[in-house]
Design a protein. Structure first.
Lengths: 299, 326
């Protein structure tokens, strides 16, 4: 990060936790809590989280090496995957086993690692699809335009405001398939915002995005916080994480190995071991505690 | 070669019950495949359920023709639910397998001698026209002109058929240009994305399967209105003829399936008169006249292949779609 950018560094929210910082620390105002969630694929345990709380109203980053279970945890939290055991809550409500579409209606919206723009719908149609509780989306009412025409026009106006903000307004009548990869990321994010979510979950928002667009995506994410939304995102780019995240959760081999404000987390030896990679010759299992430290190394 | 007969046969097929039945079936398939992305290879099954529901209600239960038509429609909706509930949660290709099998099961159930008293087995069902003809508002006489000359019964079938096609097209157009249609098209593109936006994808897919199935069943009823119901009509080849009509016109359009059905039947009628005439006048060597009339199916197959390669979006499809075919 250049000095110009760091001088504009966003203000971080602090004092989010209660007690000593350690994996699974209690938060003052958690929006999501996870208890004993375990997901196994055959013999492989992809996610095994004892306790985790995501603070409300701030930006939380979920980091970890490839295969750490970040996306699996994401899928579980959003109802796209079912764990073998455990319970988890959103906004104080138990949401274990609640289907993905209901969670989205409750105010928890996600994006995907591989962008899912609806290719043969126009950009504006993509946006309108994001809006919640549309009368015209019920089969019966859809047959009679006077039930939904007004609401649809309002949704269209709202979509245009968002499209302008994301600099996509000129593309509104183009097929989403004609957008570039970065523009699709923007569209997906803008579409998610159409539902006025409480919690926005972004799965690798920066993957494959060029540096110029990265800055504007970062600003958009910071804006979400300013508007009172909670953001949880998965990311590999450590610069970006330390730049915008208020809280960082580190996963390795499916477990939470560390969490805390970004600066402290980056200094945590477990994180350096597991992720930043100063001891690349050590088995990941030793770092996570799965294998006792005194086990002789292979070769 | 008698061009008069060839052209008159061709012109007649423009407004034949078969054309209108195909138009309806292709429209139902457009709802399934073109708009909702449901790979249904059992459209003949839906048509059979509609036709048999209609004929059985009249012959076995003595209902009026329009109540019987309603029975056929409800039966198709039930058929859609039975097929959809176990398969729509799975990936799209599974629906294709299940639908093609279900359509065959339906046909074989109508064919088996076990239910001969109700289904007529291999003879099919006939002689159910009394109620329909009694409701004919047109007095005895001839209607129309040129190749389109009908007696009062044929004309009554024609009117019913045209009205049903028009209503169905209007209905589908209205649906697909509403927020409901937007969700359906979104599901076609990527159902996980739509789910993440808070839509009950499963419910929408079932609704689409029912709506398309019902429209196809109405097609089956129109097919059965003037003549008889025979199990051999509802073979898998019927499904692929409907697919040909759909892809010809444009899968993701409302008027494409109608245009496709018309072109399909006009071509069929033309070739089935023209090819034997060619043989008779010695222009087409090494082909008997019986072979000549089946040659048209070969030509239809070649046509379908060329179409899918060179114009996958169909005649009325959006050109831009071609650029982004996955």
């Amino acid at each position: 990060m250049s000095s110009r950018e760091s001088s504009q560094s966003p203000e971080k929210t602090t004092n989010l936790h209660v007690g000593t910082i350690e994996p699974g620390v209690k938060k003052i105002d958690p929006i999501i809590t996870v208890d004993d969630v375990r997901r196994q694929f055959g013999g492989l345990t992809a996610v095994d989280v004892e306790h985790l709380e995501i603070p409300r109203g701030v930006i939380t980053a979920l980091i970890g090496p490839n295969g750490a279970g970040k996306t699996t945890l994401f899928n579980i939290l959003t109802g796209f995957d079912k764990p073998n055991a455990g319970k988890w809550t959103f906004d104080g409500k138990n949401i274990a086993g609640v289907s993905a579409f209901k969670l989205a209606q409750m105010g928890q919206v996600r994006t995907f690692q591989l962008t899912k723009a609806l290719g043969l719908l126009t950009v504006l149609e993509n946006m309108k699809l994001g809006a919640k509780s549309q009368k015209g989306e019920s089969f019966f009412f859809s047959l009679f335009p006077f039930f939904w025409r007004k609401q649809d026009a309002e949704i269209g106006e709202k979509a245009m405001v968002l499209l302008k903000k994301f600099k996509l307004e000129e593309k509104k009548d183009e097929f989403a398939a004609s957008l570039s990869g970065g523009q699709r990321k923007l569209l997906e994010m803008a579409r998610a915002l159409m539902s006025d979510p409480e919690l926005v979950m972004l799965d690798e928002p920066m993957a494959g995005v060029n540096p110029a667009l990265t800055q504007s995506l970062l600003d958009h994410i910071l804006d979400l916080k300013k508007e009172g939304m909670t953001v949880l995102f998965v990311e590999h780019d450590m610069h970006m994480v330390s730049h915008i995240a208020d809280w960082v959760v580190v996963l390795a081999e499916g477990r939470v190995v560390a969490e805390g404000p970004p600066k402290e987390v980056m200094r945590n030896p477990a994180v350096i071991d597991a992720y930043l990679g100063s001891h690349q010759d050590i088995d990941l299992g030793i770092v996570t505690g799965r294998i006792p430290k005194n086990t002789p190394k292979l070769s | 070669m008698d061009w008069g007969i060839i052209l008159s046969n061709t012109a007649q097929s423009l407004l034949s019950p078969a054309t209108m039945a195909f138009a309806l079936a292709a429209l139902g398939l457009a709802v399934h495949f073109g708009f909702a992305g449901l790979l249904n290879f059992g459209i003949a099954g839906f048509m059979a359920v509609g036709a048999y529901g209609y004929a059985i209600s009249i012959l076995t239960f003595g209902l009026q023709w329009w109540t019987s038509a309603l029975v056929g429609i409800v039966a198709a909706a039930v058929f859609a639910i039975i097929m959809g509930v176990p398969t729509l949660r799975l990936r799209g290709d599974y629906l294709a397998i299940v639908t093609i099998a279900a359509a065959e099961i339906v046909r074989l159930l109508f064919l088996t001698t076990a239910f001969e008293e109700v289904t007529g087995s291999a003879d099919g069902l006939f002689g159910y026209h009394a109620s329909f003809r009694a409701s004919n508002p047109f007095p005895e006489g001839t209607y129309g002109f040129g190749p389109w000359t009908y007696n009062e019964v044929e004309f009554w079938v024609l009117v019913i058929g045209v009205v049903l096609v028009a209503l169905a097209a209007l209905f589908v157009w209205r649906l697909m240009n509403s927020p409901w249609g937007r969700v359906i098209k979104g599901i076609r593109e990527d159902e996980d994305a739509v789910r993440a936006l808070g839509k009950n994808v499963f419910s929408y897919k079932i609704q689409a399967l029912i709506i398309g199935g019902v429209i196809a069943a109405i097609g089956g009823i129109v097919y059965a209105l003037p003549s008889a119901v025979n199990p051999n009509v509802y073979m898998t080849s019927l499904t692929f003829f409907v697919w040909t009509a759909l892809l010809l016109g444009g899968a993701a359009t409302v008027f494409g399936p109608l245009l496709g059905a018309v072109i399909f039947w006009v071509l069929q009628a033309f070739l089935s008169s023209f090819l034997p005439a060619l043989v008779a006048s010695g222009i087409l060597p090494m082909v008997s006249s019986a072979q000549a009339s089946t040659l048209r199916f070969v030509l239809v197959g070649i046509g379908l292949v060329l179409l899918v390669i060179f114009r996958p979006q169909g005649i009325l499809g959006d050109k831009r779609e071609l650029t982004f075919v996955k």
